[in-house]
Ligand binder design. Structure first.
Ligand code: PCA
Length: 333
């Protein structure tokens, strides 16, 4: 702490600074800790804003002992690098669409099972049912689960009218995880995995001409400039999950750990409420910008239901007892 800085503060503030400094010294925390928090989505997306609010809460409740800097849009680490960066301690904390790591372990895609939990309420129930298994899995990789926030329900975007799975044949499809790639495969489309940060470019250059996502990402990327139809099939509500490097977390004084945990709970509740309150507005914005918003036809619905059943069975077979424990806990509530 510099004398110069203190000298120019009014005496009350000076006393406050000194008290905080003393408390910090007494608590055994030498200097303020700075953490980097890479996230993959744009700065003005509600998920990112919620992370910034979380960082502010942590700064406040830790009395400035922990400062977290959120790096939006894949600027510090790209989406697909974030999990590994936190695991390796290159970043202390991060946010990731964990379902994108289902190739590593299918349990990460517990939030992307078609038509299992397609409302915000059901999605929260599923989150709670999965938390023990997901927490254990992350711990086994040196990370600690903090909070997760849902995306609005996933709908299908196309550049043409689509009334059945037959209409999808050969369409180039943007996938964001193994589940979405599987949907493409089972509907005869051609999937390419693309991070949201590269999505606009991929649409503009015709690398892809369809996707499944929420209205939120459709609005973030102004997809009406490239696509024309949105079918609100409400397939699932995937989540962005925030996790911390366990060693970095353990190195924090106990009261700062508590502050991070309680701020995480607040962030989870606030982010979920925000997603729910914004969801319909996103779809309305797509419509206002000229996209045709439609319910799926009965044929399309039936086709997708059959695909969903197959994918659910495949996921249960791939995840064994852990997957069953999640579904059982979800159904029991
Ligand atoms: N938006 C993210 C994930 C799900 C969503 O609604 C995306 O498309 O990358």
């Amino acid at each position: 702490m510099k004398t110069m800085t203190l000298a120019i503060l009014p005496s009350a503030a000076r006393a406050a600074v000194l008290t905080t400094a003393l408390t910090t010294v007494l608590a055994g925390a030498a200097a303020a800790e700075s953490w980097d928090m890479p996230v993959a989505y744009p700065a003005d997306n509600y998920q990112t804003k919620n992370d910034v609010a979380f960082a502010e809460d942590v700064k406040t409740c830790s009395g400035g002992a922990l400062e977290i800097t959120v790096h939006p849009g894949g600027s510090l680490f790209k989406g697909d690098e974030i999990k590994r960066a936190v695991q390796m301690g290159e970043a202390q904390i991060g946010e990731r669409l964990l379902s994108a790591h289902a190739n590593e372990n299918p349990l990460f895609a517990y939030d992307s099972i078609p038509f299992l939990a397609s409302s915000f309420e059901a999605s929260d129930k599923l989150r709670d049912a999965a938390a023990p298994v997901l927490g254990k899995l992350l711990e086994s990789q040196g990370m600690t689960l903090l909070y997760s926030v849902p995306w609005p329900a996933q709908g299908l975007y196309f550049g043409k009218e689509v009334n059945s799975v037959a209409d999808m044949a050969g369409v180039k499809f943007r996938a964001y995880n193994a589940t979405t790639a599987k949907v493409a495969e089972l509907t005869g489309m051609v999937p390419t995995q693309i991070e949201a940060a590269e999505l606009k470019q991929a649409l503009a250059t015709g690398v892809v001409a369809s996707m499944i996502s929420s209205g939120a990402t459709g609005v973030d990327e102004k997809v009406w400039e490239d696509l024309s139809h949105f079918y609100d099939v409400k397939a699932w509500l995937p989540r962005n999950t925030v996790f911390v490097n366990t060693e970095a977390f353990a190195a924090l004084p106990a009261e700062v750990q508590d502050c991070v945990k309680s701020s995480a709970q607040t962030a989870q509740t606030r982010g979920t409420a925000e997603a729910a309150s914004l969801a319909q507005g996103f779809v309305d914005t797509l419509g206002k910008n000229g996209m045709k918003i439609a319910e799926p036809s009965d044929t399309l619905k039936a086709d997708l239901t059959a695909i969903g059943e197959k994918m659910t069975a495949d996921w249960l077979a791939a995840t064994g007892d852990d997957g069953k424990a999640i579904i059982d806990a979800y159904k029991a509530n």
